[in-house]
Write a protein that binds this ligand. Structure first.
Ligand code: ADP
Length: 910
């Protein structure tokens, strides 16, 4: 189908002409538009050049090293390139393409003309032939008439016998001849016309149309080439622009707020301003010493009848301020947590509203943190002033009875005592006699205390304790109160006493009391009220609640004291039984263990997860300045739950293995109680598998199985049953090292039978005998390990996908086992099936599992890289594992280093 076969008709001819006219108009329009486009691009390039010139006015020296400035520079440079490219293209279009377009137009116009003329010529030729045939026919008619007339006239003359017969004969002959000639002409003319007409239909017109089609298609090709050129030259997403765009984006993505000022800091590094010393100018007292009262001493507050009232008022005012400041801090911290919670929810959303909310929240949080810091400074400052005044008042009180104190003794002593009583008996703090309310206890432990000395000798159990301050241990034969008082001026709170163990659960306490006379003090809650308890080993562990007298004094059966420290000191020094019925005598204070950390030593930085008992945070352990992970326990949970929460810490603290998350300590000095552990930077293994599914080769997956097996082998050797082994409860560290975590359900027994139903049991991970009979052994963990390996190789898949727990359980009982995830090495799937043997004794132990997976790993990938453990743990592999431990403890081995420092410090003390 083409022009020649389809377009011979007259209307098609008209249409073809009209089409060519339209094409010519299109060409004309394109030419005009292209000229305009060229003009636009040229003008745009000129304007953009001005922008670039403006943008280049940058303070390059001052901003050296700034990633923002670098990114901006790249943006300008690349924009300049884009503009240059645009300008070049515009020039090319102007000089070349526009001309080609004009030529094409001229050619097309000419083609149309030729076609039209040729077509007209052919049609005219046919017309001429038609005219000629018609003319001859008319001549033919006339000749016929003439012939007939000549014939009849000749016949007439013949009949008459006319003399002019010859004349009529000649006329007849002529007419006859003419008729014959015309007849021939007519026949020839008809033949010619018929021939032409056939040729026109079959050769001439099709030939013309065929030629015309070829011509038009040829111009279409060239038209296309012109358009390609235009498209190329006006493409703002061309390779050159794309390269520039990529560079610009790379530059922007390079901006890291944490590195923005690195070079600037380096360049401008200075030492901090020298501290300004505010020293008492002793010359003030020397100049006229003879005339001055003897009580004026450098850096000491004068307490006598002239100053005591003012000091007392000041002390009260300061205490009010301190309380207000503490409240403000608390309020701001609560707000901070609320904002943080909201921040966590919008953090990963990408809609515009969430993004702007995220920045607003971040800003508010930063501001709040700054305000909290400022308030902390006030708290510190006011606290120091209170300490200074109250210490002076206190020493005045203690020396009030000694001769030569130089002032009216009894009133001062009374005043101080009264003041202390006032503090104790303020209305909002009144409470029951038998218990110590929170406010009271806080106030009491922070109030003025008399220093007291140790009379008897007793060994102090210090081997385990964390020594924060070298001055802490100055006398192994002194009572730990003295041990903590490094100078007479510092008053310690109860929390600061090393024999005070905070809210350490009773079970733990009992474990710490080993010999008769071992004692410690702790806090407990009964009927929502805080109580201070003295726990003593005397035959069996005995627990005595500190009683509060109506006057606000502390006592057991004997005398009452202002502070708990004094009460304990009295019991310890006097050697009298705590109660006559128990006969328990305090002999050896049990100091906090190295893992009992101060809550205040932990600074929560950001929430990284949510556990069963509370949020999990990335935090800083202030004394050692290392990053750690901290699990918090919601303050509102009942005591029973809190004990369960600490269970994990109790279990973890005995273990040290590169594939077990490392325990650092617990904070039980106050609420919220916390478990501090090594920060494993990758977080939950399950999330990691899911979010990195396409980046994890078999080697990495198998490595994870080796790590998990190694950790579990260790646990099995320690008779620890994890009971909740699953990818969600493993953590992933650097170099993809897997660490077993979440020991909340663990038990240290060879066999553990649960009788409290199957609440909260991870059915799909749990072995049949545990589900059916509540019987747990390490072989149940082996079953779970099989599911864990399945999760690893399915890159975070859901076991028994689409099945309810009940259905999965039923199927397992009938012999069903999950199929191998795609790409699982056959050996691993066989191992999974062995782990899922219905009878526990048919399953392999972890030692065998570890050896199997490690061997497979070695076979497939030669030796493991360092950072993974090998089975069995030979010296070399242990070294490698320890290396990994250090690397993974805090990205720089800080936790390991800290523990070494502690060990070193402790050994130095011995
Ligand atoms: P719980 O035992 O209370 O349920 P998990 O142990 O499951 O709490 O912890 C909750 C989440 O917190 C984990 O999934 C993980 O993302 C994060 N997390 C817990 N411990 C650590 C740690 N040591 N290092 C890094 N992230 C951790």
């Amino acid at each position: 189908m083409g022009f020649s076969s389809s377009l011979q008709g007259e209307t098609a001819h008209e249409a073809l002409l009209a089409r060519q006219d339209a094409e010519l108009r299109l060409l004309e329009n394109m030419k005009r538009c292209l000229a305009l486009r060229i003009k636009c691009d040229r003008e745009y390039a000129i304007s953009m050049n001005t922008v670039v010139l403006q943008a280049q006015k940058m303070d390059k020296v001052e901003l050296a090293g700034s990633l923002v400035a670098q990114s901006w520079s790249t943006f300008i440079d690349e924009s300049e390139k884009i503009i240059k490219s645009m300008k070049d293209n515009a020039e090319f279009l102007a000089t070349t393409t526009l001309e080609t377009l004009a030529n094409l137009m001229a050619e097309k116009r000419n083609n149309r003309k030729c076609y039209y003329e040729e077509h007209t010529r052919i049609c005219n030729d046919l017309n001429k032939l038609q005219d000629s045939v018609m003319r001859l026919r008319s001549d033919y008619e006339k000749a016929l008439d003439q012939y007939n007339s000549a014939k009849s006239k000749l016949d007439e003359q013949k009949a008459k016998g006319s003399k002019r017969l010859d004349e009529y004969k000649d006329r007849f002959v002529k007419a006859s001849k003419k008729l014959k000639l015309i007849h021939n002409d007519y026949v020839l003319s008809l033949c010619e016309a018929a021939e032409f007409e056939r040729d026109m239909r079959t050769i001439l017109l099709p030939g013309l149309l065929e030629h015309q089609q070829a011509v038009q298609e040829d111009t279409t090709d060239r038209w296309k080439m012109i358009l390609q050129e235009i498209a190329r030259c006006t493409n703002l997403a061309n390779v050159r622009c794309q390269e520039s765009q990529t560079k610009i984006e790379k530059g922007v993505n390079n901006i890291k707020s944490s590195e923005e000022y690195a070079e600037f800091i380096d360049r401008n590094k200075t030492s901090p301003p020298k501290p300004v010393l505010f020293k008492f100018d002793k010359s003030l007292l020397e100049q006229s010493s003879a005339m001055l009262p003897s009580s004026l001493k450098p850096n000491e507050i004068v307490v006598d009848e002239c100053t005591i009232d003012i000091l007392r008022t000041k002390c009260r005012e300061q205490e009010v301020e301190l309380k207000e400041t503490k409240n403000k801090i608390k309020d701001k911290q609560t707000l901070l947590i609320q904002l943080d919670t909201e921040y966590q929810t919008v953090q990963f959303k990408s809609d515009a509203l969430s993004i702007s909310r995220k920045y607003a929240l971040k800003k508010s949080m930063d501001l709040l943190k700054k305000e909290v810091n400022e308030l902390r400074c006030i708290e510190q400052k006011v606290g120091k002033q209170i300490e200074l005044i109250s210490t002076s008042l206190s020493s005045m009180s203690s020396s009030a009875g000694s001769p030569g104190s130089g002032c009216d003794e009894s009133p001062v002593c009374d005043t101080i005592t009264n003041m202390m009583m006032d503090t104790l008996a303020s209305p909002e703090d009144s409470m029951s006699q038998s218990s110590i309310g929170k406010k009271k206890s806080t106030q009491v432990i922070s109030m003025l205390r008399k220093p007291f000395a140790r009379k008897t000798e007793s060994p102090v159990r210090t081997s385990n304790r964390v020594v924060h301050d070298p001055d802490d241990l100055h006398d192994n034969h002194s009572f730990p109160v003295g041990l903590l008082h490094n100078s007479g001026t510092h008053e310690r709170t109860l929390e600061e006493e090393l024999w005070f163990h905070g809210v350490l659960p009773r079970e733990e306490v009992v474990r710490l009391l080993q010999h008769d006379g071992d004692f410690l003090v702790r806090e407990t809650t009964r009927n929502d009220e805080k109580q201070i308890v003295l726990s003593v080993m005397w035959g069996s562990p005995k627990h005595f609640i500190v009683q509060l007298s109506p006057e606000g004094l502390f006592r057991f059966e004997g005398p009452a004291f202002n502070t708990i420290q004094e009460l304990i000191s009295h019991q310890f020094q006097s050697g009298s039984p705590v109660t006559s019925r128990s006969g328990a005598i305090l002999k050896t204070p049990v100091l906090r263990e190295k893992w009992e950390l101060n809550n205040d030593d932990v600074e929560l930085i950001e929430k990284i997860g949510r556990g069963n008992f509370g949020d999990v945070y990335k935090a800083r352990l202030k004394p050692e300045n290392i990053s750690v992970a901290v699990k918090t326990c919601k303050v509102t949970l009942p005591d029973e739950q809190k004990k369960k929460f600490l269970q994990e810490g109790r279990i973890l603290k005995q273990y040290e293995h590169p594939n077990i998350v490392r325990f650092i300590g617990i904070c039980v000095q106050k609420q919220p109680i916390m478990i501090v552990m090594e920060l494993v930077p990758g977080g939950s293994l399950l999330n990691y598998l899911r979010s990195n599914a396409d980046k994890l080769p078999t080697k990495a997956l198998l490595g994870m199985c080796v790590d998990a097996a190694s950790g579990m082998e260790y646990l099995e050797s320690k008779n620890c049953i994890h009971r909740d082994l699953a990818a969600r409860n493993c953590l992933i560290g650097e170099t993809n090292v897997v660490k077993i975590s979440d020991f909340g359900m663990s038990r240290e027994e060879e066999e553990y039978i649960v009788s409290d139903g199957l609440k909260q049991i991870p059915i799909k991970w749990t072995a049949p005998e545990a589900l059916n009979y509540g019987k747990y052994t390490s072989l149940c963990d082996v079953w779970s390990y099989g599911v864990l390996a399945w999760e690893i190789f399915s890159k975070g898949g859901t076991p028994y996908q689409g099945m309810t727990n009940t259905r999965a359980r039923e199927l397992i009982d009938t012999g069903y086992r999950m199929p191998a995830p795609d790409g699982t090495p056959d050996e691993i799937y066989q191992l999974m099936l062995r782990c899922w043997q219905y009878e526990s004794e048919d399953r392999p132990h972890f030692s065998e599992i570890h050896a199997t997976v490690d061997l497979l790993y070695s076979r497939l990938f030669r030796r493991r890289v360092s950072g993974r453990s090998l089975a069995p743990m030979d010296a070399k592999s242990r070294a490698a594992s320890l290396r990994s431990l250090r690397v993974n403890a805090d990205g720089g081995g800080q936790a390991g280093a800290w523990i070494n420092t502690l060990k070193h410090k402790i050994s130095m003390r011995k």
